[in-house]
Design a protein around this ligand. Structure first.
Ligand code: NOJ
Length: 451
C-alpha cells in the first residue's frame, strides 16, 4: 500500500471547558449550569460542577497527552471564568488559562483554543444571548482580554464550535441549553450575530498577531451514497448537503453559516425569505468577507445513506447494521462520512481542512486489573483515519485530525454515562484516569505516520 508522507500532518485531541474543568466555585454561572438544574434535562442527573476536575489536574493530564504523541492540544475557554457577571476580568481565571498554555508549550505541544464552546454566561442569556446584537460588544471585550493575555503564545484560534448545535438545537427548545423557543427570524438574528462575533474576533486576533490562524468549527451529517454507481450520486448528494431546507431545521444545517464565512454571502434562497435582509446592517457583509476563516474546521461523526429507488429517485436508506451502532443513537459508525464530507466541503470552499472532532462513543468496562479493552473504539479510529488517508491521496487538503476526546467527560444532555475518551475516568473512585487500548492504538498510529 502506497505510503503517504504525513510528517507535516497534525494529530491532536479535543476537550471543552464545561465538559472537563469542574471548579464551579471559581467562575460565574453559565447556561449549562442553569440547564443542569432543571429536572429531566440531563439523562443521568449529573452536571459539570466537578466534571473530571481538569482544572486541578491539568498538569498530570498534559503528561498523558504528551505521552500520546499529539502535536495539537485543543481546549476551550470558559467565558464566565474569564469575565465576571459585572464585566470585570477574573484574573485568577485568566491566569489559569495562561498557565495552561505555558504548560502545553513546555510539554512540546501546540495549544489550539476554542473561544466559545457553548458555556455562555447566564447574565448574557438574560439579555437574550445571541439573539441580541449587543452580544457583539460583550464578545469583543472577552476576546480582547484573551488576545492581550495569550497572543502571541497561542497561534491557532477557533472562534466558535458548532452553531448547528448551540443555535440550531439550543434556540428551538430541543435537548440542549438554553432550551428557549425562538421563531424563525429570531434564530436568523442569532445566527447572524454569531458570524459577526466571529468576524470581530478575527480582526482583533489578527491585529495582535498577523501570523495567527483564526477559524470556525462547523458540523454536519454527511449524505452518503449507498449501492452501486456511487460516483453518479455524488453531485446530487453534495447538493442535498448545501441546500437550505425551508424550515427552522435550516439552523441545524451547514450553508447558512459556511457560505457567508467561506464564500462571502448567504445562500440566495435564504436571503429571499421575508425578514432576513432586514437583519443585515450596512457593513456587516463586508466585515464577514474580510474575516474568512483560515481553516475549514469540521467536526465529522456520521452520515445518512441515500440510494436510488426503482423510479430512479434518490431517497434515504434507513437500514443500519449492528456493527454501525455505538452507545449513542445519533452516532452510527460510518467512516465514509469523513471521505465524502471532506470531499464535498473542499470542492465548494477550497480551504485547507482540519478535522477538529471525530470520535466513537462506546460502553466501556474497567476490568479488575484496571485495563479497558475498547476494541470497537480502536476499530472506529482506524477506519475513520483510513478515510483521511484516502482523501489526502486524492489531494484533498487535510492538515490535521483531532480525536474527540482525550478523556471521558460530561457528554452534555447525556451526562457522564456516555464515554468518548481514549482515557477512562473512574467516576466512582476519585476520578482516577486509566488509559484504554484505544489510547495505545492512536499512539502507535501517530508514531508510525510521522516516522
Ligand atoms: C460535539 C461537541 O463539540 C462536543 O462537545 C461533544 O462532546 C461531541 N461532539 C460528542 O457529541
Amino acid at each position: 500500500c502506497e505510503r503517504i508522507n504525513m510528517n507535516q500532518f497534525r494529530f491532536g485531541t479535543g476537550i471543552s471547558s464545561y465538559q472537563v474543568e469542574g471548579d464551579r466555585s471559581g467562575r460565574d454561572s453559565c447556561i449549562w449550569d442553569d440547564f443542569c438544574l432543571v429536572k429531566g434535562n440531563i439523562k443521568d442527573k449529573t452536571d459539570g460542577n466537578v466534571a473530571i476536575d481538569f482544572y486541578h489536574r491539568y498538569k498530570e493530564d498534559l503528561q498523558c497527552a504528551k505521552e500520546l504523541g499529539i502535536q495539537d492540544f485543543r481546549f476551550s475557554i470558559s467565558w464566565p471564568r474569564v469575565i465576571k457577571d459585572d464585566g470585570s476580568v477574573n484574573e485568577e481565571g485568566l491566569d489559569f488559562y495562561s498557565d495552561l498554555v505555558d504548560e502545553i508549550i513546555k510539554d512540546g505541544m501546540n495549544p489550539v483554543i476554542t473561544i466559545f464552546h457553548w458555556d455562555l454566561p447566564s447574565v448574557l442569556m438574560k439579555k437574550g444571548g445571541f439573539t441580541n446584537r449587543s452580544i457583539i460588544t460583550d464578545f469583543i471585550h472577552y476576546v480582547e482580554v484573551l488576545s492581550k493575555k495569550l497572543s502571541p503564545r497561542v497561534k491557532d484560534w477557533i472562534t466558535f464550535n458548532e452553531p448547528q448545535c448551540f443555535i440550531g438545537i439550543g434556540y428551538q427548545k430541543r435537548g440542549q441549553a438554553p432550551k428557549i423557543d425562538c421563531d424563525y427570524i429570531t434564530m436568523a438574528k442569532a445566527a447572524h450575530n454569531v458570524l459577526l462575533c466571529h468576524s470581530h474576533a478575527y480582526q482583533i486576533l489578527k491585529k495582535d498577531n498577523p501570523n495567527c490562524t483564526v477559524s470556525f468549527v462547523n458540523t454536519f451529517n454527511v449524505p452518503l451514497p449507498y449501492g452501486r454507481k456511487k460516483e453518479n450520486m455524488e453531485k446530487e448528494l453534495s447538493d442535498i448537503l448545501f441546500t437550505v431546507p425551508n424550515t427552522k431545521e435550516e439552523f441545524y444545517t451547514l450553508s447558512i453559516y459556511s457560505d457567508p464565512l467561506y464564500l462571502g454571502s448567504y445562500p440566495e434562497k435564504y436571503l429571499k425569505k421575508t425578514g432576513i435582509s432586514e437583519i443585515i446592517e450596512d457593513g456587516d457583509m463586508d466585515l464577514i468577507r474580510k474575516s474568512k476563516p483560515d481553516y475549514l474546521c469540521l467536526n465529522i461523526y456520521t452520515g445518512t445513506y441515500y440510494r436510488n429507488n426503482k423510479e430512479g429517485k434518490t431517497v434515504i436508506y434507513e437500514k443500519k447494521t449492528e456493527s454501525e451502532k455505538t452507545d449513542l443513537p445519533w452516532l452510527l459508525r460510518r467512516e465514509k462520512s469523513i471521505y465524502y464530507g471532506c470531499k464535498y466541503l473542499y470542492n465548494r470552499y477550497k480551504a485547507p481542512i482540519i478535522i477538529t472532532e471525530n470520535g466513537g462513543c462506546y460502553h466501556d468496562r474497567l476490568l479488575k486489573d484496571k485495563t479497558v479493552h475498547d476494541k470497537e473504539r480502536c476499530q472506529y479510529l482506524r477506519k475513520y483515519l483510513h478515510e483521511v488517508k484516502q482523501c489526502i491521496k486524492e489531494e484533498i487538503d487535510i492538515r490535521g485530525y483531532y480525536y474527540w476526546s482525550l478523556f471521558d467527560n460530561f457528554e452534555w444532555e447525556w451526562g457522564e454515562s456516555k464515554r468518548f475518551g481514549l482515557v477512562y475516568i473512574d467516576y466512582k473512585d476519585h476520578l482516577k484516569r486509566y488509559k484504554k487500548d484505544s489510547f495505545f492504538a492512536y499512539q502507535r498510529i501517530i508514531k508510525k505516520s510521522r516516522s
